[in-house]
Design a protein around this ligand. Structure first.
Ligand code: SAH
Length: 462
């Protein structure tokens, strides 16, 4: 795997000072598995290129003490030696640590200088996102991006395209910025790590992302992918980045929007609670309960004798338990609650026998082709007397100033329906399963576009 960084800054040889690596010397650094070689294929006043060549030993990776448990990495034949990945980030931070920290003892003034850079990444994997994702990650930082996708095998063209790309990036920025962007975005695109990812990884991300990640439009996606989709770590990192953004840009739209969203969710949960209370329910199940905000509200109401939360994410449930102070909870309170892990797309006896079910901002996380299973699981088998369900109203999105056209509010959303689409779906569900349905807006209504979120209240029987 080869990464080349070229500058045409005058004099271009400044790059050698900045990177603390002499252009005439060939240097190697030890990586946990293999080596990184640093050399300058070209060095003149007009143009200087530094190259990092990774020499990863896949056999060492399988046999050595740094063995990875990850299935795809744990094979003798794998892509790791040939692609840009977390190995490249480690190599960059080891080889150019001074520059990455924004220091240059010989020529300190250079640190602040924005230089024209061109970066060539010979092979960059970008699973689940491809060229579009590469652009979404680099372009907001000012990069001009050229991408070439590779097919799986030249000899077998019908095997189709691969997840591998050759990428050329151009930008005029400081050396520190450039290295930090590469350090974070390469493994985020690769969406894999060659080492065990723990809390420590959040600190690395925040350190290298300082000053640019919190305001990046794809901050959440970058964070999630960098932390290999580990829910609890990603959430912690995202909330710390949001805080950072809040402090740096107090009073800006994004802060306002955040608060607006916050209160919208509060409003939504209050309305859900109100509807469930009105139904006269004594037992409630919160389907896709997340961190248990609604459960905490239900618990305060004596009307509810039995409260259950379920979610597909174990991390969310752990968080819910923490937030409920489960371990210190009085036994009588504890008896009223149960939490369990489960998916709403598989028939499950544990979902049966409740007066009411809440399904708050969950359906948009399901693939549309799973909605039929969801419908059957909830409305045909679990069959609560009342179902209170909410989902975003996609029409309203144009009013969010920070949102790009046709984007969704959350990267995990599979769809955000218009009011018509939602009503059509909900009416059909009601007819199929012998429910009546009513609709309510959630949040402040715009005269044309409706409210930010929408609610359907299903009641069993006629
Ligand atoms: N209802 C909560 C959380 C909404 S976020 C609230 O309003 O605060 C959506 C939640 O749905 C997440 O916690 C996610 O883990 C859960 N979820 C997504 N797909 C699911 C599925 N198939 N089965 C159960 N839960 C699911």
């Amino acid at each position: 795997m080869l990464l080349q960084i070229t500058t045409t800054h005058k004099p271009a040889t400044d790059l050698g000072y900045l990177l603390h690596k002499h252009p005439d010397k060939f240097q190697s650094i030890d990586l946990s598995i293999g080596k990184g070689h640093i050399f300058y294929p070209e060095s003149s006043e007009n143009k200087t290129t530094v190259a990092i060549l990774l020499d990863i030993d896949p056999i060492d990776m399988v046999r050595g003490r740094n063995r990875s448990n990850n299935f795809s990495l744990g094979q003798y034949v794998n892509d790791r030696p040939y692609v840009a990945s977390s190995f490249m980030s480690v190599a960059l931070s080891k080889a150019f640590s001074t520059a990455m920290n924004g220091k240059c003892s010989n020529k300190p003034d250079l640190v602040e200088v924005k230089m024209p850079f061109e970066v060539n990444l010979s092979v960059l994997p970008a699973p689940k996102g491809g060229e579009n994702l590469i652009r979404r990650l680099f372009e907001p930082l000012g990069y001009y991006v050229e991408v070439e996708r590779h097919i799986l095998d030249e000899k077998f063209k019908d095997w189709g395209e691969s997840k591998y790309y050759t990428v050329k990036l151009s930008n005029t920025i400081t050396t520190q910025e450039l290295l930090q962007h590469l350090y974070v975005l390469i493994p985020a695109l690769d969406n894999d790590k060659h080492y065990y990812v723990s809390q420590n990884e959040i600190e690395k991300l925040l350190e290298k992302g300082k000053g640019w990640l919190s305001s990046h439009p794809e901050m959440e996606e970058i964070t999630r992918r960098y932390l290999i989709n580990l829910g609890s770590l990603s959430r912690q990192a995202i909330s710390r980045l949001n805080e950072e953004e809040g402090i740096e840009e107090e009073g800006t739209i994004s802060q306002e929007e955040k608060e607006r969203k916050e209160t919208l969710h509060q409003k939504r949960l209050k309305l859900v609670l109100e509807q469930i209370k009105k139904s006269g329910a004594e037992s409630v199940i919160d389907l896709g309960c997340g961190e248990g905000k609604l459960i905490r509200m239900l618990l305060k109401e004596k009307q509810f004798k039995r409260i259950t939360g379920t979610d597909v994410s174990y991390n969310e449930l752990t968080k819910a338990k923490d937030r409920l102070h489960w371990d210190e909870m009085a036994p009588r309170q504890k008896e009223r609650i149960s939490l369990f892990q489960g998916a709403l797309t598989y028939k499950d006896k544990r979902l049966e026998g409740y007066d009411a079910a809440a399904i708050v901002e969950v359906i948009e996380h399901l693939d549309e082709n799973r909605l039929k299973s969801f419908e059957r699981v909830v409305f045909e088998f679990a069959k609560p007397k009342t179902v209170v369900l909410t989902t975003p109203n996609g029409e309203y999105n144009v009013l969010y100033e920070n949102m790009e056209e046709n984007a969704m509010r959350h990267t995990d959303h599979r769809f955000e329906w218009t009011r018509k689409q939602f009503e059509k779906w909900a009416n059909k569900v009601a007819i199929n399963n012998n429910y009546k349905v009513e609709f309510l807006p959630v949040g402040e209504e715009d005269s044309k576009l409706g409210a930010p979120s929408q609610m359907a209240i299903f009641t069993y029987g006629n």
